[in-house]
Design a binder for this molecule. Structure first.
Ligand code: ADP
Ligand code: MG
Length: 145
C-alpha cells in the first residue's frame, strides 16, 4: 500500500490512524533517511494510542516504553546496537511478542530476530514533487501466524 503525504500533519495523521487501529502484538518496522519524517510518524502513532507525553527518538536507549496509552507502546531505535545479544539483554521478546504495539527503527540491523510477521513502513522523499512530499509504503513481511 502506498500513501502520499504533502505535509508533516498528513504524515502525523497517517501514524495516528495506525495507532488508533492497532491491535496488541503488532510489529512495525520504520525505514527512511534522516529527516524524512520517522519521528513525525511515530508521534502520530503515539497520539493514536492515546499517549500524551512527548515522544522523541530513543537516542540513548534502545527501547523507550510508553505505558499510558490504550496499550503499551514499544519504540525501538536499534541504530547503536552492536550485537543482537544486546536485544536479548533488554528482553526484546516481551515486547515483540507482548500485548503492545512495537515500532522498530533501523530494524534491518536486527533482521535475524524480527518476528515471523510484521509490517514495514518506508518513508521516502521525491524532491521533484516538492520539499514536503513523502511517499509512504506499507508492506507486509513474512507469514501471519
Ligand atoms: P526523522 O525522524 O526521519 O529523522 P523527523 O520526523 O525528525 O525525521 O523530521 C522530519 C522533518 O521533515 C520535520 O522537520 C518535518 O516538519 C518535515 N516534513 C516536511 N514534510 C513532511 C511530510 N510530508 N511528512 C513528514 N515530515 C515532513
Ligand atoms: Mg527521528
Amino acid at each position: 500500500m502506498v500513501i502520499e503525504t504533502y505535509s508533516p500533519e498528513e504524515t502525523f495523521e497517517l501514524g495516528k490512524k495506525i495507532g488508533e487501529n492497532a491491535v496488541p502484538g503488532e510489529v512495525y518496522t520504520l525505514i527512511g533517511d534522516l529527516g524524512v519524517g520517522k519521528t513525525v510518524f511515530t508521534q502520530g502513532v503515539a497520539a493514536g494510542l492515546g499517549i500524551k507525553e512527548p515522544v522523541n527518538s530513543p537516542t540513548f536507549t534502545i527501547v523507550q516504553i510508553y505505558e499510558e496509552g490504550r496499550m503499551p507502546f514499544y519504540h525501538f531505535d536499534v541504530y547503536r546496537i552492536g550485537d543482537v545479544e544486546e536485544m536479548e539483554e533488554i528482553g526484546y521478546e516481551d515486547c515483540f511478542y507482548g500485548e503492545g504495539l512495537c515500532l522498530i527503527e533501523w530494524a534491518n540491523l536486527i533482521e535475524e530476530i524480527l518476528p515471523p510477521f510484521y509490517r514495514e513502513i518506508r518513508i521516502e522523499k521525491d524532491l521533484e514533487k516538492g520539499f514536503d512530499y513523502r511517499k509512504i509504503t506499507i508492506t507486509e513481511r513474512g507469514e501471519r501466524a
